[in-house]
Design a protein around this ligand. Structure first.
Ligand code: HEM
Length: 185
């Protein structure tokens, strides 16, 4: 029984970490695509990066399903489906788990909208603008809800996810600011 309990708990946490890493890698590749980092070298590479970006989105959804599915089996937390689906309804760290729930819905919509890209037209782009916010919510959720948030290893993993996103965001801002200067001069 004890072994079952710790297996469920380890799986929940491991799946959460996989979801964080996969979604961060997807955001990093998405930003690199949008900023055209390394573009102009080989057209095929851009296509491969796009496929990887979408595959990581699906991997995030699968990891999330395991994260939430094993929480449902957690004999200590004993959450109901409502607790896991409605933000702020869980007794355990309600704000931080609530952020995770909102981020989970966001990631689902973002990934599905990516597949409807051709048909959704400009609406797809409007939806994708929320990717950064959704991702930031999952980072806040990790640090606020995670049992391991105080450990060096989870802080190192979170840092390795956050730093490249911040750098690429800065590159993107600088580039679009540069383009604006170019247009106005
Ligand atoms: C319906 C959505 C979600 C619910 C109900 C949920 C719930 C939880 C709960 C209760 C914990 C604390 C578990 C513990 O550490 O003992 C947790 C931790 C965690 N969650 Fe979520 N979560 C959701 C979505 C997400 C999302 C979208 C991500 C990332 C993309 C994520 C990543 C994590 C991580 C990395 C941890 C820390 C694991 C650790 O401490 O080792 N979760 N979540």
């Amino acid at each position: 029984m004890l072994a079952d309990l710790s297996l469920i708990w380890i799986t929940t946490r491991a799946a959460g970490v996989v979801a964080l890493v996969a979604s961060s890698a997807s955001v990093i590749l998405g930003l690199a695509l949008a900023s055209r980092v390394g573009a102009g070298r080989r057209r095929g590479v851009l296509g491969d990066v796009r496929v990887l970006h979408q595959t990581l989105g699906i991997a995030t959804i699968v990891a999330l399903a395991v994260h939430v599915g094993t929480l449902l089996l957690d004999p200590w937390l004993q959450p109901s489906i409502i607790d896991l689906a409605v933000p702020l309804s869980m007794d355990y760290r309600p704000v931080w788990t609530g952020l995770g729930i909102v981020a989970g819905y966001g990631l689902l919509v973002l990934t599905l909208s990516g597949f409807l890209r051709g048909r959704a037209g400009t609406r797809w782009k409007a939806i994708h603008r929320f990717a950064g916010l959704t991702w930031a919510m999952s980072v806040a959720h990790t640090l606020g809800a995670g049992t391991d948030a105080g450990t060096t290893w989870l802080q190192a993993v979170t840092g390795a996810c956050v730093v490249p996103v911040v750098v690429l965001l800065a590159v993107r801002l600088v580039r679009s600011y540069g383009i604006q200067i170019h247009h106005t001069t």
